[in-house]
Design a protein around this ligand. Structure first.
Ligand code: UD1
Ligand code: CA
Length: 457
């Protein structure tokens, strides 16, 4: 049965948010571990929660079961709490730590397999760290068998020099684990799971290790520095996945892609591009430079240049930018062209419609093949409420029009440039809502003459 220890506050993060909830590639740390377990085929884990338990449970809702550790009495105590809720039929506990997010599912499978084929009471995953500072050290006997795990705090200079460390990942047989854990000594109100190894050995139990050769994938995250290191490593893994799926990334060093993002074949990502959340991008798109796309779905053959797209959906062959902002709830049908300095919010746009320049389109439903002239503003807000606007197919909205919502612009109708439209326009009609132009021939000359006369008088 898989158990993830995630009750700790994460003091070394200097945060008011539980460490388990800090995000890596847009996904909470502890959720990465939950996913690794599920991908290794072991199903749904128990998560030991304590600090901000409600928030952690909410973040993992439906993905895990929870065990409460009322007081943070250390990793040994956390496993004891988990044991208490386990049915007696559970023979082994796979124990993982919630701050080790990059753990590969294949390692979990190897660990479980090795453990099951042995008689060991516990099998612990170890690795060699170039800088082992902060980790529990693996102390071995001259015959290389495991003697103990010694925490950094309790280690003398010689032990601190050991580079083989405890990853915090291991399998424990449950048979007499409770008795052993109850014997764990206390250190400043904490009991260390790691000290159970020496106790088991005293008992005459067999213990075993599995040496893992990729330390960067089993690093623990205790500090913001380590969070940044892990973020960089995850980003590298994500970009590698995209390369293998046939995506061109012009400058990997300046391309930031969250873990859950999907990108289709032959799409090109240009520099300074951020793809965040659950964004899905189609094939043969051109994204960037300097595009930010958050939790959006982008169809095939779409171009997004120097623009921000959030919680929106774009059908195939749309083009956006440079310098536009698609806010939450924007839906662009096929072939829509959004040019520069256009902001959309909660707006549907039909096939082939164009809004090329300097517009605000909010709370609107816009038909197909509509032309939105430069400077068109939908006046959707009266200071209290947002109102809807409907623009029919093939309508032509002239430049610098204000459409004061609620209002309907009928299909095939025209709105004259510079109009402030406050009444519905029938299909095929024309709305002119501006003062008529006056023309005064010779006015400039007359003005000059007037000025001369006043200075001479
Ligand atoms: C722990 C190990 C150390 C190992 C390292 C690997 C112990 C005593 N030390 O150290 O040998 O090298 O992980 O990264 O086990 N937790 C609880 N309840 C508690 C205390 C901790 O659930 O009362 C959880 C934390 O939320 C965290 C995990 O256990 O997810 C590990 O705790 P942490 O304080 O990060 O241990 P380390 O000092 O990193
Ligand atoms: Ca840790």
């Amino acid at each position: 049965m898989p158990v993830i220890l995630a009750a700790g506050r994460g003091k070394r993060m200097h945060s008011s948010i539980a460490k388990a909830l800090h995000e890596l590639g847009g996904v909470p740390l502890v959720e990465h571990v939950v996913r690794a377990i599920s991908q290794s085929g072991l199903g749904r884990p128990y998560v030991v929660v304590g600090y901000q338990a409600e928030r952690v449970e909410e973040a993992l809702e439906g993905k895990a079961d929870f065990v409460n550790q009322p007081e943070m009495h250390g990793t040994g105590d956390a496993v004891l709490r988990a044991l208490e809720v386990m049915p007696s039929s559970v023979e082994n506990l796979l124990v993982l730590v919630g701050d080790c997010p990059l753990i590969p599912p294949a390692l979990i499978q190897d660990l479980v397999q090795q453990h099951q084929q042995s008689n060991a009471m516990t099998t612990i995953v170890t690795t060699y760290m170039e800088d082992p500072k902060g980790y529990g050290r693996i102390v071995r006997n001259p015959d290389n068998s495991l003697r103990a795990i010694v925490e950094e705090k309790d280690a003398d200079a010689q032990v601190r020099n050991i580079q083989e460390i405890n990853t915090g990942i291991g399998v424990w047989r449950t048979s007499h684990l409770r008795e052993v854990l109850e014997q764990l000594p206390w250190h400043d109100g904490e009991r260390y799971l790691t000290e159970a190894v020496a106790l088991l050995l005293q008992n005459g139990d067999e213990v075993s290790t599995l040496l893992f050769s990729q330390p960067s994938l089993v690093m623990g995250i205790n500090t913001r520095r380590e969070l940044a290191t892990a973020e960089a490593r995850l980003r590298q893994l994500t970009l590698d996945r995209l390369f293998d799926q046939g995506v061109t990334i012009v400058d990997p060093a300046s391309t930031y892609v969250d873990a859950d993002v999907e990108v289709g074949q032959d799409t090109v990502l240009y520099p300074m591009t951020f793809l965040r959340g659950k964004t899905k991008i189609g094939r043969e798109c051109h994204i960037g430079p300097m595009a930010t796309i958050v939790s959006s779905r982008i169809g095939d053959g779409v171009t997004v240049d120097r623009s921000v797209v959030e919680q929106s959906a774009l059908a195939s062959r749309c083009s956006v930018g440079p310098f536009s902002h698609l806010r939450a709830g924007t839906y662009l049908d096929h072939n829509v062209k959004i040019g520069n300095f256009v902001e959309l919010k909660n707006t549907r746009v039909g096939i082939g419609t164009k809004a090329g320049h300097h517009s605000y389109l909010g709370d609107a439903t816009i038909g197909s093949r509509v032309n939105i002239g430069a400077g068109t503003v939908i006046v959707n807000y009266d200071g209290k409420t947002k109102h809807p606007t409907f623009i029919g197919d093939e309508a032509f909205v002239g430049c610098n029009a204000n459409l004061v919502a609620p209002v309907e612009i009928g299909s095939g109708s025209y709105v004259a440039a510079g109009s402030t439209v406050t009444q519905n326009v029938p299909p095929g009609g024309l709305a002119i809502a501006r003062s008529r132009q006056e023309v005064k021939p010779g006015w400039a000359k007359e003005r000059k003459q007037r000025q001369k006369d006043t200075t001479h008088s």
